[in-house]
Design a protein around this ligand. Structure first.
Ligand SMILES: [Zn+2]
Length: 305
């Protein structure tokens, strides 16, 4: 065989190998980067994942663009947070897609928040005041124990919608849980010094993180979830800290850092940016990096200068 022929034969083989899984892969649309990363962990080459939002976007405030509708149209499975996080855009995507498989209540529609214990479920709700957490706090991904719980339900769902590959999903799920539970134990131990540390949050985005690590939220910069911090409210928070001091003020990568920086400067406390989801910082390249980096940043913020 000539060199050229051998090269062509090898290239043909490569093309065949590359084309096969792409053809068979389950098409998944994830609403947020953390669920896209989790589907990738659990599905590997069996899934073709698109993610609707990036870590630099507020998942409460997304436009239902035509490109997203097109992605929803050919999805076999849609994986979102639920708990009304995507209430402003996901119903439009689902409706406009005309895709019967991914409508609410179908096996192709998975809402992560259905599988974890939700915090801050309000007893009475007034949406007219702009509260975007009317169905309880939707930011469940900030506690890695929730990710582990969601992974169990998501693996079962992948096996249901792609039954031909059920055994492989089961195997991947077991391997992921072993790695994940070991990592959670390590993060919990590393973060022990954060127990009882008082903090201020820019958005009520971290109640699950605080619940996990025993961090104490003493004030929030947004007067209500989703309502921009006003100058008057920032002054109130500053006054609160005189009686109830905090060690740091925490904001997410996608947010305007100015309110947190203003408070940090005026209260003389650390300002800590956390990734919030996969891709929020250079360190948060995957789900493991997300918590490696979050814990490291919180520990740095809590340590005395
Ligand atoms: Zn929120």
């Amino acid at each position: 065989m000539s060199i050229v022929k051998r090269f062509l034969a090898a290239a043909g083989l490569l093309l065949a190998v590359a084309a096969a899984p792409a053809h068979a892969a389950l098409k998944v649309l994830a609403c947020e980067p953390e669920w896209g990363a989790l589907v990738q962990e659990l599905g590997g080459p069996l899934v073709d994942v698109a993610v609707a939002t990036t870590a630099m976007q507020d998942p409460h405030q997304i436009q239902a663009k035509p490109s997203l509708i097109a992605r929803t149209r050919n999805a076999d499975l849609v994986v979102c947070t639920g708990a009304e996080l995507e209430v402003g855009w996901l119903p439009v995507l689902l409706q406009q897609s005309g895709n019967a498989r991914v409508q609410a209540g179908q096996p192709g529609n998975f809402a992560a928040a259905d599988y974890v214990r939700k915090l801050e479920i309000p007893t009475s709700v007034d949406r007219s005041q702009g509260d975007v957490h009317a169905a309880g706090n939707p930011h469940i991904q900030t506690d890695p124990r929730n990710i582990g719980t969601v992974a169990v339900a998501l693996a079962a769902r992948l096996q249901q919608v792609d039954a031909a590959n059920a055994a492989q999903y089961a195997q991947r799920a077991t391997a992921f849980q072993q790695k994940w539970q070991a990592a959670v134990a390590r993060w919990t131990q590393q973060a022990a010094p954060l127990r009882g540390v008082p903090v201020v949050s820019q958005h009520k985005g971290y109640v699950y993180l605080y619940d996990w690590l025993g961090i104490k939220e003493v004030a929030v910069l947004e007067p209500k979830p989703g309502v921009e911090p006003s100058a008057a409210h920032l002054q109130e928070v500053l006054a609160t800290l005189k009686a109830t001091p905090a060690r740091m003020v925490i904001y997410s990568a996608y947010q305007d850092s100015r309110p947190a920086e203003w408070l940090g400067k005026n209260a003389g406390i650390a300002v800590v940016k956390i990734p919030f989801t996969v891709g929020g910082t250079d360190g948060a390249k995957d789900l493991f990096g997300l918590f490696d980096d979050t814990v490291a940043r919180l520990l740095a913020g809590a340590s005395p200068k």
